[in-house]
Ligand binder design. Structure first.
Ligand code: 5GP
Ligand code: MG
Ligand code: MG
Length: 183
């Protein structure tokens, strides 16, 4: 297998580095306005949210802290089941905190729905969600996502934290894979 040329694996670019930086700055301005005078705890969901977390945190002007969770959906297929296992839990006590969950992408929304309920049970002052990308299926789940970067079509995307078999997370843009990669 040829491993040297990442570009050859991509079909097209959905959002460039510049577009993402611009959109993240807009989201940060909204968040700063909404949380004025309050400290925010950003909860990044590993591993996909690493890039958006790093860029969003640097664009925000509010006082903030960062923590991380890793979760995995049970089930064998590619569809998430909504039954979630915590692989790495937060180190922060959420009591009285303003929590903002930071995600790369919401597809079915099942993972996030579970996560939001789980975090609410820990007694925070508030829990909101920020995601870079959202797919159409997410609309079917009753979950309020306050900050959305882009609503995208139902295509498999990679880059800017998002992987295919753990690859492509390091790309600074979001794109779709060429069929030869997964066929
Ligand atoms: P769901 O919202 O279905 O519970 O799960 C969302 C998770 O599925 C994301 O955090 C991500 O790991 C994975 N996922 C969903 N759609 C895509 C996609 O288009 N590309 C990649 N790389 N991962 C995706
Ligand atoms: Mg994710
Ligand atoms: Mg993945």
């Amino acid at each position: 297998m040829e491993t040297s040329d990442v570009q050859a694996d991509l079909k097209h670019v959905l959002y460039t580095k510049e577009q993402i930086q611009q959109r993240v700055a807009e989201l940060a301005a909204e968040i700063d306005k909404d949380y004025e005078g309050r400290e925010v705890l950003l909860v990044g969901v590993l591993k996909g949210a690493v890039m958006i977390m790093a860029d969003l945190a640097r664009a925000l002007r509010s006082h903030l802290k960062m923590d991380w969770m890793a979760v995995s959906s049970y089930g064998s297929g590619t569809q998430s089941s909504g039954v979630v296992r915590i692989l790495k839990d937060l180190e922060t006590d959420l009591m009285g905190k303003h929590v903002l969950i930071v995600e790369d992408i919401i597809d079915s929304g099942l993972t996030l729905s579970w996560l939001k309920t789980n975090l609410i049970s820990r007694g925070p002052a508030s829990v909101e969600i920020c995601t870079l990308l959202r797919k159409p299926a997410a609309a079917k789940v009753d979950i309020d996502v306050k900050y959305v970067g882009y609503d995208i079509p139902n295509e498999f995307v990679v880059g800017y934290g998002l992987d295919f078999a753990e690859k492509y997370r390091n790309l600074d843009f979001v794109g779709t894979l060429a069929p030869h990669v997964y066929e």
